[in-house]
Design a binder for this molecule. Sequence first.
Ligand SMILES: *Cc1c(COP(=O)(O)O)cnc(C)c1O
Length: 369
Amino acid sequence: MNRVFNFSAGPAALPLEVLEQAQRELLDFNGTGMSVMEQSHRGKAYETVHMRAISRVRRVMKVPDDYSVMFLQGGASMQFAQVPLNFLGAGSRAAYVVNGTWGEKALGEAKLAAASRGAEALIAATSKNSKGSYESAPPVATWSVASDVAYVHYASNETIHGIQYGIDDALPSLEARGIATICDMSSDMLWRPVNVADFSLIYAGAQKNLGPSGVTLVIAKRKFLDQGDRAIPKVLQYRTHDEAHSLYNTPPTFAIYLVDLVLGWIEKQGGLDAIERTNRAKASAIYRAIAASDGFYRCPVAASQRSLMNVVFRLPDEAAEEAFVAKAEKAGFVGLKGHRSAGGIRVSLYNAVTLEAAERLAAFMLSAV
Ligand SMILES: *Cc1c(COP(=O)(O)O)cnc(C)c1O
């Protein structure tokens, strides 16, 4: 077996121990004589996994009791639509922070939902630059959010551009000022502890930092869910899934099983404080290599907002970037090509990427200058 160092942006690396446990249990899960995939979602064996995954999310993230933890489908992209369908009622306005592609997509879906029901999706702040790209995120103090908006929406980590909010401090809480705050945490959920009470709703597609693709973690204040539109199809109402403990219809059972294993692995590492320490060490190794390269590697992102999850950088020209990716791949480092829309190099350092992998890549980067 020859495992590579996987820096993919998503689907992404999973902890080796988790894959090995899944492999051991694949043919005969817990003495049932079948795989988790082959169990009824209404049966005892799966139900135990499902409920344990929900309670592990609660424990690892210290989710307050009045919040619901849901496993939904359709990815973060479905959340871009489901959020406005539930909460952007006729005559209301929502405020969107746009500092990257995902913020743009969320706003686009909200505008469509708004247009069909006489509501508005406004830009609270954007950092789009003259090249039509993003190299920073607008500080919270500059967000224009009226006190009567239905909610404010932002992405905590713009995966494609490598821009992250709240690296050194928690953001000032708009939620505490009575403004429902919704955050797309697809690529940095669980990177460190967050105060869930600072949000009305947070969500993340699992395939970056939580598990495989196919399941989306949504955590939401029940009082907020109560305000959701009751006229939209039931399957799109959050309350439906909250009330049914995410068993309203067949959930992605195998994906949830793997998320549960990943959460168990996080607990074994010492929880999110320990995960954060490792994540910081990984990102510093790469940023140090960039800084030590005498300008050969250039990170375009504003210094205080350089993502610890997705480190992006450029080389002197595209030919050098292509050569770098090819040489890295030969050396066992894969998934380094930047998003097709952004170009350059992107090093994704999600929780399952080891410190050793990051340090080895940093050494490789310096040797390639
Ligand atoms: C990957 C990503 C998405 C899209 O996720 P899908 O599961 O493919 O819909 C949305 N937002 C962010 C921040 C992402 O990183």
